[in-house]
Every structure is written in structure tokens, then in C-alpha cells.
Design a protein around this ligand. Sequence first.
Ligand SMILES: Cc1ncc(COP(=O)(O)O)c(C=O)c1O
Length: 384
Amino acid sequence: MLDPDGTARTTIFAEMSALAIATESINLGQGFPDYSGPAEVLEVAQREIAAGNNQYPPGRGLPVLRQGIADHQKRFYGLDVDPDREVLVTAGATEALAATILALVDEGDEVVTFEPFYDEYGACIAMARGIHKTVPLRRPDFQPDLDELRDTVTDRTRIILVNTPHNPTGAVFEPATLALIVELAERHDAIILTDEVYEHLLYDEVVHTPIATLPGARERTITVSSGGKTFNTTGWKIGWLTAPPELIDAIVAVKQFLTYVNGAPFQPAIAAGLALPDEFYASLARDLAAKRDVLVGGLREAGFTVSLPRAGYFVVADAAPLGYGDARQLCRDLPRLAGVVGIPISAFCFPETADQYASLVRFAFCKRLDVLEQASRQLADLRR
Ligand SMILES: Cc1ncc(COP(=O)(O)O)c(C=O)c1O
């Protein structure tokens, strides 16, 4: 995207990552792990490359991965998914979301998301020339108000885009919210697009309920996920969506001109990951919960007010008690003050609504424990 003077617009994410490098700060801005995924998964990719699986795979994804995704949906959620007609492998969840929005949204169609929202949503809705409506998520628990949700979904709504577990707030939507989303989608004949990339990163006994499991939801729901967050392979960009066959066909029509196909040797590796035993999934969540606790402790110690995330990679911290009403400014100062980089929550909002979130910062805790401990020690300097 270009600014009015014709220069390319950079995001706050790019600005903050550049600042982290320039100041040699600990980068808790971007959500990628600084450790590798399970050895079993990495080894499959290496073997596949050595064995020559290096050319274009089928457009919908290699059968072994499509079957692995279908098996995963059955194993964890009891969903029956046809691997040939109801699964599409994509370049990360990012392409799944982009291809879906470009395929299904026509100029003037409304897309409802929750706000703050993952920045790709706004960009893709704009690319499709859709109209972006939002329902706010407010502190302390970042759950939507059901009346506001009811008022926002109308007959003009083409898609209700849900993200639970939610980035950046770490909220997991309550069952009543999910049920209302399905009810409203049925009433207004809207499609549900649900971004569930953090489906396995849940803490404190919280349970993830895919919307597609709710009565009446399946036939109008597109479920998106990704191997990146579950197997610490964000750089492989292997994601997928599951949906009824006619929706998949429409999305494939767009996807074939975006990336055509996706990383052949990584697909059997992600399939191997999806088949890992339950203990792998339990330890993934346990480890991240421990990391969350270290960073939350450090942020509280430093003087931030913190909403405890129940899922995902991120914690939202309020800088107001530190005298910073403007988190953008704090994020620009933080590398110098404490050698740590975060992202202001306003980056996930419309400019008009950003004020409501002005003092909030997002920090990622998908980092090694020693890195989080070091970040906590450095943040403690803020009190001084
Ligand atoms: C909510 C959400 N959706 C989608 C993505 C993108 O996933 P992928 O890396 O698989 O494209 C991310 C990555 O941070 C995310 O947080």
C-alpha cells in the first residue's frame, strides 16, 4: 500500500523489528518462537528433501497432509471431514484467509470482525473492496458484548470473521458468544470464517471449541489453522482450511493464482506433526503457560497492569500505571529504556477507535525461558 506521497507504507511490525535489530533489543514484538519444533517433524522435512520431494505438489495439497488434517479434526473435535473435497492446504493461515476473503467478498459486502483484529483481516477486506465492521473487545476479559454483536451483523454481512483463541488479547470466546455467532450467521445467511491458528495453545484448563462443531454451523463455516504455531514452524508457511466442498471450490479458484501450490517437503512433515501423541500437545501448552507466567510476572513487577491471557502467544499490558498513556510512544522508547520491543495494540485497530486501546502493548512470550527472564529483568528498570 502507498501513502499519498507514493511511498510504500511500512507497518509498525516492520518498524519495531528494525528497531529491535538496530538497538540489539529483545524482540517480543513479532509472534514467532525462538526455538525449533519437534525433531520428528523436522526430520521428515529433511528426509523428504533428500528423497527428492522438491517439485510442485497438487494444488489442494499432498494427500498425506489432507488426510492428516481430516484425521486431526476427527481426533480432537469429532468432526468428519472429507480429505479430498473439504480440505485445502495453503501458504499459512495467511493465504487461507486472503483466498477466502477474495473469493467470497464482493465490493460493498460487509465483513464483521472483532476489534482489535489481526492486521491481515483489514488489508484483505480492503483488497476485496468489502466494508469492514467491527465489534469491540474490551478489558479486562476481552469478550464481546452480545448486543453489540447482534447490532453489527445484518443482511449486508457476507462473512463473520472469528478469531478464537484471539490475537492479540489471548481471549477464548465463551460458548454463548459462539452460539450467537452461528445463530446470527443463519439468520442473515452469512458465512463464518474462523481463524483457529492458536487452537492448541490453551492454558489453565481452558478448552477450545471449533465453531464448526456447533449445531447448524458446519455447512456455512470455513475453519482455518496452520502448522506454524503448533509445530514452531512459522517459516514453513503450511496452513489449511476445512469447509464444505462448494466453498472450497470457490476458494481454490483464487488460491491457484495466489501461490498455486505450497512447500512440498514440508507437507508430509506437518502431517507427521498432526499425528503426534496427545502428550506432545499437552507439553506444548504446558511449556507456553510457564513462559506466559514468567513474562506476566516480569511485566507486573515492572509496573504494568496485565490481563492474563488464556491462550495464544501474547500478553496485553497496560502502560498507563507507568505514566505512558500512549503505547506507541512507549514502544518507541522501550528499546532505549529497557532493551525490549513490544507492539502497541492500536496497530490492531482502526485509527478512529485506537484511542480506546491507547495505553496497551502486546508482548510475545513464545520465546526461550532465559530470554523471557532476561526481558523481565530489563523491564524492571522501568520502575527506576
Ligand atoms: C490470528 C492469526 N491468524 C493468522 C496468522 C498467520 O498464520 P500463518 O503464519 O500460518 O500464515 C497469525 C500469525 O501470527 C495470527 O496470529
